[in-house]
Design a protein around this ligand. Structure first.
Ligand code: ATP
Ligand code: MG
Ligand code: FE
Length: 330
């Protein structure tokens, strides 16, 4: 079965084609350079840019896979969560192709996509396992109970980890997106300052990152001459420490011996390094998707669509974009 999937939930226009779990093409076009000067994604511009290039991205993907559109068996798209105007572009285009080619359509939950990115690297990995989903909009400890079922263990009470990276980078003048900018600055500095790691008590699997942003702001006001690299390194360490400590605590307390990391923040090199060390200490295995498939891409969406199509879980053509789609929808 050949699945062509579109992803346009935020500021990446992506198309991928898989055949029975094998990736034949993955094309990603990022709008980062356009949104950079605004310090974040501008929804109206994002939607318009998706519309401008989506047809070319599909052609390019078919070319890469060396396929004709007639050979595609299933058309899929992210249906949420995300920016409604952006989501509608991919969703409408995928439904349009399904109608034109008389093939089924599958709407995909972007969050399942991030989790499934792990299967692109570890095809033998099987649920149940623990997941730390850390992206621009989500920070959650989950259990993938079965292919189609996620259970929530803990989540952020305020900002997502990626959002914390983005906001702290902005107040340090490091630009957008904040995660890669902070990681790069941190490599030149030392984590010599201690920033808070809230909700530390054992058995608490929730996160809070808004206080960290505030304490970095006050620290910079009090210490205007502090090195930005040192502050970036210290803030990064505070975020990574909270994430790794809680994820491994949760896995231990639920007797799960595997943690799969997912979402854009999972590409962070310090997070990967600390998880590797903690994995050796605890005996709990840590899995990470390939770095370029942690942030938004269509390969992960195609994989979920394939899993749904195998079970006959096709979506009606009346399927709409759901900006706040939650984890209970497969
Ligand atoms: P969601 O998936 O929750 O809807 P999103 O799609 O915007 O949100 P992703 O594309 O998964 O999120 O990830 C983007 C986030 O990942 C941004 O906040 C970005 O700063 C962060 N990020 C990307 N690379 C890194 C990195 N190397 N270190 C830390 N954070 C990173
Ligand atoms: Mg993005
Ligand atoms: Fe995402």
């Amino acid at each position: 079965m050949k699945v062509l999937a579109l992803e346009s939930s935020c500021d990446e226009t992506a198309v991928a084609i898989i055949e029975d779990g094998r990736l034949l093409s993955s094309q990603i076009s990022s709008q980062i350079d356009i949104h950079k000067r605004f310090g974040g994604v501008v929804p109206e511009i994002a939607a318009r840019k998706h519309l401008e290039i989506i047809d070319r991205m599909v052609s390019r993907s078919l070319e890469e896979a060396d396929l004709d559109i007639k050979e595609i068996d299933v058309f899929a798209s992210t249906m949420g969560p995300g920016l409604v105007g952006s989501l509608l572009i991919g969703l409408s285009f995928a439904k349009g192709m399904a109608i034109a080619m008389n093939k089924p359509f599958v709407g995909v939950n972007h969050l399942f996509g991030h989790v499934y990115a792990n299967f692109l690297r570890y095809p033998l990995l099987k649920p149940p396992f623990m997941v730390l989903l850390v992206s621009g909009g989500h920070t959650e400890i989950l259990v993938l109970k079965d292919w189609d079922r996620i259970e929530l263990v803990g989540k952020t009470r305020d900002d997502a980890a990626g959002e914390a990276f983005d906001k702290i980078a902005r107040l340090l003048g490091l630009g957008y997106p904040g995660g890669p900018a902070i990681q790069e600055a941190a490599e030149k500095g030392q984590a010599k300052y201690h920033f808070p790691r809230p909700l530390r008590e054992k058995g608490n699997f929730d996160f809070s990152f808004s206080g960290l942003k505030t304490s970095v702001l006050y620290f910079m006001k009090k210490n205007p001459l502090a090195s930005v690299s040192d502050v970036a390194a210290s803030a990064q360490e505070a975020i990574v420490d909270s994430l790794v400590t809680k994820a491994f605590d949760a896995a231990e307390s639920l007797h799960l011996d595997e943690i799969a990391f997912a979402g854009g923040v999972a590409s962070n090199s310090l997070l990967r390094e600390w998880a590797r060390v903690q994995s050796e200490v605890s005996g709990i295995k840590a899995y990470f998707p390939p770095v370029d498939l942690c942030t938004d891409n269509a390969a992960m969406i195609a994989l979920v669509a394939h899993e749904k199509a195998k079970r006959g879980l096709f979506s009606p053509l009346s399927t709409n974009a759901v900006p706040y789609l939650t984890l209970d929808f497969f």
